[in-house]
Design a binder for this molecule. Structure first.
Ligand SMILES: [Zn+2]
Ligand SMILES: [Zn+2]
Length: 423
C-alpha cells in the first residue's frame, strides 16, 4: 500500500472542475513535452507520458470521468449504476441489479459502513480484515482521517488506487512494437570513397534479450503464486468486492517473473562489429541502408534498419564535388600568355593539360573524364576542373627589368579602362 493516489487532475495540472476543452488542451501541451519521440531513451519522460495518457484516457471520456469522480479511481470492471450507488453513499446492498458491474457484488446485505464504524466483528465483509487495511493506509503516510464513519470513504479510495497503480494491465495488452532504425555517421577516407573498400565499424544497438527471448519475463513451472493461476485477484473495499487483473502475471495465470538480464525490457544493449562495403565513387552525405541491423523490436515486433551516413575526408590538394575533382594549379605569366602544355596532378597520377594562349588567372580548364568513376552509372566518370593561378614574374636582374619595360611600351593597354566606363 505504498503507492500514492493517482490524481489524474493533478497529473494534467487542471482543476477538478476543468472543462473537456481545458483537459484536452492540457494533455496536448504536456504530451508534446513528454512524448517519447521528443525524449528518446529517457525512461522518466516515458513513464510521465504513460501516466499522462492514462489520465487523459479517463478524464477525456465523460462516462469514465464520472465514475472516476464518484469512486476515486477508474476500472472497466465498474458499471456506472454501481458507481452512482456508491457515490450516493447508500447504495442498494443486496440488490442484484446494483452489483452487476462488480463480479463480487456487495457481499453482505447486513453490511453498511455505519455498522463498520463501530468496529464490531459481526459484519460479513467476505472474510476481509477491514481494520488492517486502514491501519496499513495510515502507516503508509497517507491522510489520516478520524476513525469515524466518514473514514471508510477515504480508505476505500486509497486501497483501490494502490491496487490499480500496482498492476495496470495495459502493459500485457500492448501488441508487438517494431524496433527503431539506427543512424551512424561514418568518416570515410578520401581515397576509400573513390576506390571503394571496407569500413570496419562497431555498432551499438539493442538486440533481443537471449535470456527471455524478448518477452521481458521468464516463465517457471507451476502457476502464478499470487492468483494461483486464475489471472485475477479479489480485492475488497467497503461493501464491495472486485476481481482485478493479477498484477504479477497480468492475467495470464502463469508463473512469470521479470527477466533479470534485461529487467523486463526484452532487449539488451550490445555492440556488434560490422563490415560495411564502400562502393567505388561513394559520395559525401550518401546513406547506406543495412536491413535488419537496427534495434530489435518488442514482443515479436520486427527489427529496425541501420543507416550508415557517409562523410568523406579531405585531401590536401583535391576537392571533391559529386564526381568532379577541383584543383588549383599555378601557371607562369609566360605560359599563360603564350600558351603551353603543363603536367597537372589527377586522381590517376599525372595528366597533360593544354593552356590556351591568353589564359587569365582564375580561369577554369576542364580535363574530361579525369574525375571520380561514378558509383551509379557504369563506365561514367566525372571531370577534373583545373583553376589557373597566374604567378607574376619577379625580376631580380637589370636585364629582365629592361625587357619587361620594353614589353610594357609595346603593349600600352589599360586593363582598368572598362572599370571606369562602368562607374
Ligand atoms: Zn497471477
Ligand atoms: Zn530478458
Amino acid at each position: 500500500m505504498a503507492t500514492p493516489n493517482k490524481d489524474y487532475y493533478a497529473e494534467l495540472g487542471v482543476k477538478k472542475s476543468a472543462s473537456a476543452d481545458e483537459i484536452r488542451k492540457a494533455f496536448r501541451k504536456l504530451a508534446r513535452k513528454y512524448h517519447p519521440d521528443v525524449n528518446p531513451g529517457d525512461k522518466s519522460a516515458e513513464e510521465k507520458f504513460k501516466a499522462l495518457s492514462e489520465a487523459n484516457d479517463v478524464l477525456s471520456d465523460p462516462k469514465k470521468r464520472k465514475i472516476y469522480d464518484q469512486v476515486g479511481f477508474y476500472s472497466d470492471n465498474i458499471d456506472p449504476a454501481t458507481a452512482e450507488a456508491y457515490a450516493r453513499g447508500g447504495g442498494q446492498p443486496g440488490q442484484p441489479g446494483a452489483s452487476g458491474g462488480f463480479p463480487g457484488g456487495f457481499p453482505g446485505a447486513a453490511g453498511g459502513y455505519q455498522t463498520y464504524s463501530g468496529g464490531t466483528g459481526n459484519v460479513d465483509f467476505g472474510g476481509f480484515d477491514f481494520s488492517d487495511l486502514f491501519e496499513g493506509g495510515r502507516a503508509g503516510g497517507r491522510k489520516t482521517t478520524a476513525s469515524s464513519s466518514s473514514s471508510s470513504g477515504g480508505g476505500f479510495r486509497d486501497i483501490f488506487s494502490s491496487i490499480f497503480s500496482g498492476g495496470h494491465p495495459a502493459a500485457a495488452e500492448e501488441g508487438p512494437e517494431p524496433g527503431s532504425d539506427l543512424e551512424y555517421q561514418v568518416n570515410v577516407p578520401f581515397w576509400t570513397a573513390i576506390r571503394g573498400g571496407v569500413m570496419k565499424l562497431n555498432i551499438a544497438r539493442r538486440d533481443v534479450c537471449g535470456n527471455c527471448h524478448g518477452n521481458g519475463t521468464i516463465e517457471a513451472p507451476g502457476v502464478c503464486p499470487q492468483c494461483h493461476g486464475k489471472g485475477t485477484i479479489e480485492q475488497t473495499g467497503g461493501r464491495m468486492k472486485f476481481n482485478v487483473t493479477c498484477p504479477r502475471c497480468h492475467g495470464t495465470g502463469k508463473n512469470v517473473s521479470t527477466c533479470p538480464v534485461c529487467h523486463g525490457e526484452g532487449t539488451v544493449e550490445r555492440t556488434d562489429p560490422l563490415e560495411v562495403r564502400i562502393k567505388a565513387g561513394t559520395r559525401d552525405g550518401q546513406r547506406i541502408r543495412i536491413a535488419g541491423k537496427g534495434n530489435a523490436g518488442l514482443r515479436g515486433g520486427g527489427v529496425g534498419d541501420l543507416y550508415v551516413i557517409i562523410r568523406i575526408g579531405q585531401h590536401p590538394l583535391f576537392r571533391r564535388e559529386g564526381d568532379d575533382i577541383y584543383i588549383t594549379v599555378p601557371v607562369t605569366a609566360f605560359e599563360a600568355a603564350l600558351g603551353s602544355k603543363i603536367d597537372v596532378p589527377t586522381i590517376d597520377g599525372r595528366s597533360t593539360l593544354k593552356i590556351p594562349p591568353g589564359t587569365q588567372s582564375g580561369q577554369k580548364l576542364r580535363l574530361r573524364e579525369k574525375g571520380v568513376p561514378s558509383a551509379t552509372k557504369e563506365g561514367a566518370r566525372g571531370d577534373e576542373i583545373v583553376e589557373v593561378q597566374i604567378t607574376v614574374p619577379m625580376p631580380r636582374d637589370e636585364k629582365t627589368k629592361e625587357l619587361l619595360r620594353e614589353l610594357a611600351k609595346l603593349n600600352p593597354e589599360d586593363p582598368r579602362a572598362e572599370l571606369w566606363g562602368k562607374v
